[in-house]
Design a protein around this ligand. Sequence first.
Ligand code: PLP
Length: 388
Amino acid sequence: MDLIYLDNAATSFPRPDCVADAVSDWVRSGAAAGRGTHQGAAAANELLRSCRTEIAALAGAESAQHVVLTSGCTESLNIVIQGLLQQGDHVIASRLDHNSVLRPLQHLQQSRNITFELLDFDPLNGLLDIQQLQLLLERTPTRLVVLNHGSNVLGTVQPVAELARVAQQAGALTLVDAAQTAGHEELNFTTASFDFMALAGHKGIPGPLGTGALCIRPDCEQLLQPLILGGTGTESESLLQPLQCPARFESGNRNIPGIAGLLAAAEWIREQTPAVLRSRLQQHSAELWQGLRAIAGVQLLTPDTPENFCGAIAFQLKGLDCHDAAVILEQEFQIQCRAGLHCAPLLHVALGLQERSGSLRFSPGPMTTSTEIQLAVKAVAELSENLP
Ligand SMILES: Cc1ncc(COP(=O)(O)O)c(C=O)c1O
């Protein structure tokens, strides 16, 4: 039996051939960007320019120059959280957030004396509490609101434009974590007036691991202090870090082979169209959800809101530890999925699950087929039949 990969929320697999070809072509022939006048360097510069343009189009960002190419969504989030926040600043994030948001905040609480509060979500629909956001904003002047766009555990997609409007009315900046949604959900960076948006290049956008991006609203670039300083191949006569995007945040050689793959992946998304990919992903998620719900031993954590699914379905099998279940699913049914806390410990605490070591997660991706979804549901049914 062929392998069924359902861990796309971690990273997408398989990737379209054009992605592997682009990486391989660059490794065989490519040079560094911004560091020479020869044709190889010019081609690398052009690659970076094209990739920024393609990602800007996908994110709905007007300025491609304000797309910073990063090593992933974690770096993008850190550029904003650590680059922006100063002594005494207040932040609102949420219990849905990934450790790539929670850990930098916790670190800054200790090192810069920032404070942060966490929004709750409703376990019945997975949505953040907008009224609570309003109340928290009224109570404490807030520098930044971090908005989780798609939960990597529940799969729920938040109405981030609406939440951001509330934050902006209170004078807070907004950072959208679009790790799980870039590639299939509408991002509308400029029209929704977000200030910062962090993207992964290797999940919904099926680029190579170690790729991502950060969109910055042009008038916000000077609010961020760069985390890493160094050579950018520009303004080399000065010992000062360039002030403007993208060089301000892109010191050192970029991962050009990865970016070649990211560009190919983003072009592939444009050709497929995010709308088509979204509807396929929703269909797969809904099929999984309905199939799993019908199985006696399954306890679903993903709420019953198919219109909000973005590709992750979390559940538990009664009487079986989720890590053991993941091992059995791989060994006996060739299904690769994920078990544990998925770097979202507070979400599991909110659901009262941490002591049970988290959840099982099936996450289909852009290349998943309906047959694979049916086989996965059948496997869980068989597995739960044999449970005590
Ligand atoms: C919601 C969320 N934010 C951030 C990240 C970190 O992304 P990356 O792996 O690109 O650093 C992830 C990764 O799974 C995620 O699911």
